[in-house]
Ligand binder design. Structure first.
Ligand code: ADP
Ligand code: MG
Length: 212
């Protein structure tokens, strides 16, 4: 049986206190399976349904690796839609409360690009966004991803369904090969397997049981 206590993970006491204060009493099944792998630095493919707590399953590991004094994008989370990116960023900000001055920004289409460029100029540690707009920023050179050490593909099956495969590839090519890549998907079709084979190294695979 997997240990569902957050205290079984190698996390700073300040984060354990923060998790308790936001009402996270114990890990959900996908968190208990994913976090030990994510914290060990390995690549990961995780399969779990909506509402199973996937944001913290990658977010706690991603935030734990950040260097607050390095003003560069170190964590990148790609999401299929603006709504999902906004939710993920909100959840990450709660999970990041134990650290001071961590800046998490969203970069999505359907909103003006000017203010996004402004917030990038001030420096961000984590970017959460949709592939199209992130590619726009790379093309304009208003974003660089050469310090990314954690890349998350959230709802990867939906991103592929929406036709983002090429954009995702173009984005990943600008990140360091040494990065950790975490792939989350509700389903595991052939194209996800191909995406993983192209961009992950020796990933561990975990699947949350459908019923708790
Ligand atoms: P998913 O991405 O799998 O759909 P989310 O990460 O959005 O799921 O989480 C769903 C909800 O569950 C959120 O409101 C989140 O705050 C809550 N949640 C996640 N993990 C825990 C936990 N360990 N304990 C309590 N609530 C949690
Ligand atoms: Mg989610």
């Amino acid at each position: 049986m997997t240990d569902t206590r957050f205290s079984s993970l190698k996390l700073p006491q300040a984060q354990l206190n923060n998790l308790a204060s936001i009402g996270y009493a114990e890990m959900t099944p996908i968190q208990a399976l994913s976090l030990p792998v994510a914290l060990s630095g390995h690549d990961l493919i995780a399969q779990a349904k909506t509402g199973s707590g996937k944001t913290a399953a990658f977010g706690i590991g991603l935030l734990n690796k950040l260097k607050p004094r390095l003003f560069a994008v170190q964590g990148l989370v790609l999401c299929p839609t603006r709504e999902l990116a906004t939710q993920v960023a909100k959840e990450l900000r709660r999970l990041a409360r134990y650290q001071e001055n961590i800046k998490i920004i969203t970069l999505c289409g359907g909103t003006p690009i000017g203010p996004q460029i402004g917030s990038l100029e001030h420096g961000a540690h984590v970017v959460v966004g949709t592939p199209g707009r992130i590619k726009d920023h790379l093309r304009k050179r208003t974003l660089t991803l050469d310090k990314v050490d954690t890349l998350v593909l959230d709802e990867a099956d939906r991103m592929l369904d929406m036709g983002f495969a090429e954009d995702i590839g173009a984005i990943i090519e600008t990140t360091p090969a040494s990065r950790q890549t975490l792939l989350f998907s509700a389903t595991y079709p052939k194209d996800i397997e191909q995406l993983s084979a192209s961009y992950q190294r020796n990933p561990e695979r975990v699947t949350a049981p459908d019923k708790e």
